[in-house]
Design a protein around this ligand. Structure first.
Ligand code: TRP
Ligand code: SF4
Length: 369
């Protein structure tokens, strides 16, 4: 596969007039079905419609895993393979690693000067995560600054949309607030900023309505439609619960895992009728199975016409069907590490080019160019 990258770092994905999209993922291990349906599946569709930048947020992984960084490199390679296996196409989108684009860290520092501590402290994930990950000491500067690094990630690319799940919406919101504050402080034209008798509010409105004053456009969140995706124990599928099915799961393991999945607890014996609406297995059928299989499983469950083992076998068939092409691509890329490396290199180069442009504008606006 050859990448059509030109001198200017343009690839077919960035030559059109398509609105830009940016999103990232913290590499914390091989992706599971929940990560796939919650993000990657959607990104793969977006790459056909938008100028897309997707990245591995490896420095963000440091904020929670600083005490043990031994897995970060391996996780980064695994997630990159999963990106490609899942269908991100380097001919259609730009794939890069945060750590390879220093502008992220420079913009982070520049923005830190205008970011009130209280804005960071009130981001819901700050206190929630500290509570949930009590075994890690997260009373660090890096962890508090997590959303600001994310804001820098985003603003450098001036995206129109940031596709994320609901859990990340607050981070996009603070990004918007920071952009607004930046534009307010540094984007004002002299004739508006000086000697104006208007109130601050009027002045701000005026400045924001003037295209000349907008250096960092405010991105919109593009909420990923996320179907309910329970893990093997019926709780939300999550690495920390150890209840996942990986995108790269071998078929026999996948079948074995699904066999052990929790079902409608009221269906104890084979002869008891069950209720698919309270069964986590059926939630997965809703995502992966055809209409016919769903209807047959639902009917069979309610009438005790089928057993749970059979029902789970049908589900396994549907999940395997979804994963076959993904795993085929993964094997291909595993066997071609040089190609993977050059995909990342080309993506990093394009990202640097785009990010450095914005960084330069920011430096000029702040008077530190
Ligand atoms: N915080 C995001 C997550 O945990 C990852 C991320 C980092 C991100 N920077 C970003 C997502 C910028 C979107 C845009 O999933
Ligand atoms: Fe769940 Fe299927 Fe068993 Fe019904 S038959 S309880 S839907 S696994």
């Amino acid at each position: 596969m050859t990448l059509s990258t030109t001198e200017s770092g343009q690839n077919p994905a960035s030559t059109g007039e398509r609105p830009r999209v940016l999103s990232g993922m913290r590499p914390t291990g091989k992706l599971h079905l929940g990560n796939y349906m919650g993000a990657l599946y959607n990104w793969v569709k977006l790459q056909h419609e938008y100028e897309c930048y997707f990245f591995l947020a490896d420095y963000h992984a440091l904020t929670t895993d600083y005490a043990d960084t031994s897995k970060i490199k391996e996780n980064r390679s695994d997630v990159l393979l999963d990106f490609l296996a899942g269908g991100l196409d380097p001919k259609l989108c730009t794939i890069f690693a945060q750590s390879a684009v220093p502008a992220h860290f420079e913009l982070h520092v520049l923005l830190s000067n205008i970011t009130p501590l209280s804005w960071l402290e009130r981001v819901p994930s700050y206190k929630d995560q500290q509570e949930q990950l009590r075994e890690k000491d997260l009373a660090t500067y890096g962890f508090l600054g997590y959303p600001l690094l994310q804001s820098a990630d985003i603003l450098l690319y001036k995206p129109k949309y940031v596709p994320v799940g609901q859990d990340q919406a607050a981070h996009v919101e603070i990004t918007r607030e920071i952009a607004r504050r930046f534009n307010h402080i540094y984007g004002a034209r002299e004739d508006q900023a000086l000697g104006s008798a208007h109130s601050d509010k009027e002045k701000l409105a005026e400045e924001l309505s003037s295209p000349a004053s907008i250096i960092l456009p405010e991105p919109d969140v593009l909420l990923t439609p996320s179907p309910k995706l329970p893990g093997l124990d019926g709780r939300k599928m999550s690495k920390s619960y150890g209840n996942t099915i990986l995108l790269s799961e071998e078929e026999p393991v996948l079948r074995q895992k699904l066999k052990g999945m929790v079902t409608d607890p009221a269906r104890v014996r084979r002869t008891d009728p069950g209720n698919p609406e309270v069964c986590p297995v059926f939630d997965l059928h809703k995502v992966f199975s055809s209409e016919e299989v769903k209807a047959e499983a639902s009917e069979g469950c309610r009438t005790a016409g089928i057993g749970c083992i059979q029902c789970k076998g049908w589900l396994a068939d549907a999940v395997v069907r979804e994963l076959v092409p993904i795993q085929e691509r993964r094997r291909y890329f595993e066997a071609n590490p040089d190609e993977v490396a050059s995909i990342l290199q080309a993506g990093n180069a394009r990202a640097n080019e785009r990010a450095n442009q914005t960084l330069q504008e920011v430096r000029v606006a702040m008077g530190v160019d």
